[in-house]
Design a protein around this ligand. Structure first.
Ligand SMILES: Nc1ncnc2c1ncn2[C@@H]1O[C@H](COP(=O)(O)OP(=O)(O)OP(=O)(O)O)[C@@H](O)[C@H]1O
Length: 348
């Protein structure tokens, strides 16, 4: 069993804190993904797990073993963790076979060949073993890098932006493919990315980090629909925050009318709050008498994303089918399709 348990770890560069009291858990065979703005500490967290950076407090456990903790700091080679880092290129002078066999030299020749065969099969590149890395596409090379990291059957795998050098169109489909490869191997994996579509395609749990802290660790669905922090509401998906006033424990009054909600703890009647409105909460409807002015629009191929002005000057976004080609300055009909508003206390 290779459950990864990170409990309240902190680390710093010189005296600058980089990670603060960060905790997360990945069950055996689960895939996690870390998102967050540049410099928030995602790579540092992977480096701590890999043993490339020491932690100052907290513990990192993998299965029954403590990798880092009070008086414990296992060296990287004893952690039994595979890594696919961003710049972890294949050895260019070695064939694909030699690259994959590199980390399993302790096995006998037959075992090495069997492992090579099953991994090439798994990553869908069965007939490439005699080729050199430059004879493969970027996506194929990254799948071989994955096979090489999986070859020694590590207890866990860390991936640091493994798709960042690839075409945007390829990245999401490769993320889905990598998910099925990792699931087939049953390996516990943690990946860092900047791209939320990739994160949603690959992960069971996604974490959003900001300035060294993990703000929420949750399923993609809950991160989008129940963000616990306005930063996450802004960072994940699209949407705007509008003002609201708490009416009672189940509703909040806004410029869009009375919205049903569940209030965060500590919020009292009459209090001013922020309310998250997603573009899919407001539908364009030509028949509706409720009209708002278009202040901006973005054509997204399959749909338009309109920015609309509320009477009090606040903005909300609205998604509509792509043939509804309304210009900026015109008024369009809308209807609300929000069954539950997410509310934040103003101070957060
Ligand atoms: N070797 C180092 N010495 C000093 N500071 C460092 C070092 N490595 C990283 N940092 C700092 O630690 C913080 C976190 O860096 P880290 O690379 O973990 O962020 P990240 O979230 O992975 O960023 P990105 O998304 O840009 O890769 C940043 O402020 C960075 O400047």
């Amino acid at each position: 069993m290779s459950k990864l348990n990170i409990d309240a770890i902190s680390t710093a560069h010189q005296n600058t804190p980089i990670l603060e009291q960060l905790s997360l858990t990945l069950d055996d065979g689960e895939i996690g993904c870390l998102l967050g703005p540049s410099g928030c500490g995602k790579t540092t967290l992977l480096r701590c797990i890999a043993g490339l950076k020491t932690i100052q407090s907290g513990t990192i456990q993998l299965g029954e073993r403590t990798l880092s903790g009070a008086r414990v700091n296992l060296p990287t080679e004893q952690r039994n963790i595979g890594v696919v880092f961003q710049d972890y290129a294949l050895f260019p002078h070695m064939t694909i076979e030699q690259n994959i066999r590199f980390g399993i030299k302790h096995l006998n020749n037959k075992e090495q060949k069997n492992r090579l065969k099953s991994l090439l099969n798994l990553v869908g590149l069965s007939d490439t073993e005699k080729r050199y890395p430059h004879e493969l596409s970027g996506g194929q090379q990254q799948r071989i890098a994955l096979a090489r990291a999986l070859a020694p059957k590590p207890a866990a795998l860390l991936l640091d932006e493994p798709f960042s050098g690839l075409d945007v169109e390829l990245r999401e489909s490769l993320a889905r493919e990598v998910r099925s490869i990792l699931k087939a191997e049953g390996i516990t994996a943690l990946m860092v990315t900047h791209n939320q579509n990739e994160a949603f395609a690959i992960a069971d749990s996604v974490g959003v980090m900001q300035a060294g802290k993990l703000l929420q660790w949750d399923t993609p669905y809950r991160l989008y629909h129940e963000p616990k922090h306005p930063f996450i509401a802004d960072f994940i998906g699209q949407g705007t925050l509008i003002g609201g006033q708490v009416c009672d424990c189940k509703s909040v009054h806004t410029e869009l009318g009375l919205l049903k909600t569940t209030l965060p703890p500590g919020v009292t009647t009459g209090e001013q709050v922020s309310v998250l409105v997603r573009p899919d909460d407001i539908l364009h409807d030509d028949e509706s008498d409720w009209k708002l002015e278009v202040t901006n629009r973005a054509f997204r191929g399959s749909h338009f994303l309109f920015t609309l002005k509320l009477p009090n000057g606040e903005s909300v976004m609205c998604m509509s089918q792509s043939h509804h080609n309304h210009p900026v300055g015109s008024k369009i009909g809308i209807k609300l399709e929000m069954d539950h508003a997410v509310v934040f206390i103003k101070s957060t």
